[in-house]
Design a protein around this ligand. Structure first.
Ligand SMILES: Cc1cc2nc3c(=O)[nH]c(=O)nc-3n(C[C@H](O)[C@H](O)[C@H](O)COP(=O)(O)OP(=O)(O)OC[C@H]3O[C@@H](n4cnc5c(N)ncnc54)[C@H](O)[C@@H]3O)c2cc1C
Length: 355
C-alpha cells in the first residue's frame, strides 16, 4: 500500500493539536492532523477564559505575563490569516464572595506582581442586574478565546490544504514503528514523527505509561439572557462569559472521581445557584455539557519525545488553562522539533517523568 509521507502526524485536534499544527505549518513542515471528531470535546466546550488571578487563594496563573503575551501574539496572527475574530481582551470583574476573600486580596496587594494585574475600584457596571455587596476587583488583562470557532476555522484550513483526516486512532493497533518512521496504514500515512495530543484520552496511552494524570470533569451551561448586555467577564465563585450569537456561558464545575462526559443535574444546579448569587435577571439554559480536562498531578503541562521510541512525542496536561498555555507550549515544542532548541525544564517530559 502506498503511504503518503509527512514530517509530522498530530493525533488530536483540540487546543493542543491545533496550536502545535499552526506552529509547525509556520515552520514549513508537512503535517497531517488526525481527529476522531467527537460531538463533545474538552476544547470544544471550553469558554476560553484567560484569567490572570484564579481560585479561592487568588493565585497568579503560572507565568501569566509571559504566556499571555505569547498567546495574544499567536491568536492575533491566526485572526489575520483567517480573517476571523477569535481573541478578545474583555477584562474581568471578580466580586468578593466573603470577607475572608477581601482580606486575602488586601494581603496579596503587598506584592508588585499582584498589583500589576488588578485594578480597584472596579469600573461601572449595571447594578440593576449584578449585586456586589462586598465589592471586588478588576483584572483588565483577562481575555477570552472563542475556542470552538478557533478549532473550526483551523480544521477548515487544514482540510483545504490536505493536512487533515477524520479517523479514530487506536494506539495499540493502528501505529507501526520502524527504525526511522511511524506508519498509520489505516490513514495511508507515514511520518518522521507522531505527536499525541489526545487530551484526557492519553491517560490510556500505552506508549507513555509514566505520565501521572489527575483529570477533572467539568460542566458548563450555555445561556440566553435577553436583558444582559455586559461584554466583560464576571467571576463570583462561578463565572459568566459572553459568547458568539448573543449567548453566554456559565461554569464551571470540578469533579475528580466520576470521570465521564455525562452532564449531571447536580452540576447544573451548582452553577445556577452560584450564578443567582450575583445575577439578578432571568436566564434560560439552552445547553448543558460536560468533558474531562486533561490535567497531570502537578497541574503543569508537558511536551517531549519518547526517551526510547524517538519517533513518538506528546503534548498534554493543559488542565483548565489550555487557551493561555497552548501557544507558549506549542512554540517551545515546535522550536525543539524543528530547530533543536531545548525544551523548558518545567514542561520537559523527560525531566518530569523520566522513564
Ligand atoms: C467545562 C470546561 C470549561 C473549560 N473552560 C476553559 C476556559 O475557560 N479556559 C481555558 O483555557 N480552558 C478551559 N477548559 C480547559 C480546556 O478545555 C483544556 O485545557 C483543553 O481543551 C485541553 O485541550 P487538549 O487539546 O489537550 O484536549 P482535547 O480538547 O480533549 O482534545 C483532544 C482531541 O483529540 C481527539 N482524540 C482523542 N482520542 C482520539 C483518537 N483515539 N483518535 C483520534 N482523535 C482523538 C479528540 O476528538 C479531541 O479533538 C475548560 C474545560 C472544561 C471541561
Amino acid at each position: 500500500m502506498q503511504l503518503r509521507h509527512f514530517d509530522t502526524i498530530i493525533i488530536g485536534q483540540g487546543l493542543a493539536g491545533t496550536t502545535l499544527a499552526w506552529h509547525l505549518l509556520q515552520r514549513k513542515q508537512n503535517i497531517l492532523v488526525i481527529d476522531q471528531q467527537e460531538a463533545v470535546t474538552c476544547s470544544g466546550i471550553a469558554a476560553g477564559l484567560v484569567t490572570p488571578i484564579t481560585g479561592m487563594r487568588l493565585v497568579i496563573s503560572w507565568r501569566f505575563p509571559e504566556l499571555q503575551r505569547i498567546a495574544e501574539q499567536f491568536y492575533r496572527k491566526i485572526e489575520q490569516k483567517t480573517a476571523s475574530a477569535l481573541y478578545h481582551q474583555r477584562g474581568m470583574f471578580r466580586l468578593f464572595s466573603d470577607e475572608a476573600e477581601q482580606q486575602r486580596f488586601t494581603k496579596k496587594l503587598k506584592t508588585q506582581a499582584f498589583r500589576d494585574l488588578v485594578q480597584q475600584p472596579i469600573s461601572k457596571f449595571d447594578q440593576t442586574v449584578f449585586s456586589s455587596l462586598l465589592g471586588g476587583f478588576e483584572m483588565p488583562a483577562a481575555c477570552q478565546l472563542y475556542v470552538s470557532r478557533y478549532l473550526d476555522i483551523s480544521r477548515n484550513l487544514f482540510q483545504d490544504r490536505q493536512n487533515y483526516q477524520h479517523a479514530a486512532i487506536n494506539t495499540n493497533e493502528d501505529i507501526i514503528l520502524t527504525e526511522y518512521e511511524v506508519k498509520i496504514p489505516k490513514c495511508r500515512a507515514s511520518a518522521s514523527r507522531l505527536i499525541f495530543c489526545r487530551g484526557a484520552e492519553d491517560r490510556n496511552n500505552s506508549w507513555f505509561p509514566q505520565l501521572k494524570f489527575k483529570p477533572a470533569q467539568g460542566e458548563i451551561l450555555t445561556l440566553e439572557i435577553p436583558d444582559l448586555h455586559e461584554q466583560r467577564l464576571i467571576n463570583h465563585k462561578s463565572w459568566l462569559a459572553p459568547m458568539p450569537e448573543n449567548k453566554f456561558a456559565a461554569g464551571s464545575t470540578y469533579e475528580w472521581d466520576q470521570l465521564d462526559s455525562q452532564p449531571t443535574e447536580k452540576g447544573k444546579q451548582q452553577i445556577i445557584s452560584q450564578l443567582k448569587q450575583f445575577l439578578h435577571c432571568p436566564f434560560k439554559v439552552i445547553a448543558h455539557r460536560a468533558a474531562i480536562r486533561p490535567a497531570l498531578q502537578d497541574q503543569k503541562p508537558i511536551i517531549g519525545m519518547h526517551p526510547q521510541f524517538k519517533q513518538l512525542g506528546i503534548m498534554n496536561g493543559l488542565g483548565s488553562k489550555g487557551s493561555l498555555q497552548a501557544p507558549w507550549l506549542a512554540e517551545n515544542f515546535a522550536n525543539h522539533l524543528c530547530g533543536g532548541e531545548p525544551i523548558d525544564s518545567e514542561v520537559d517530559l523527560n525531566r518530569r517523568y523520566p522513564a
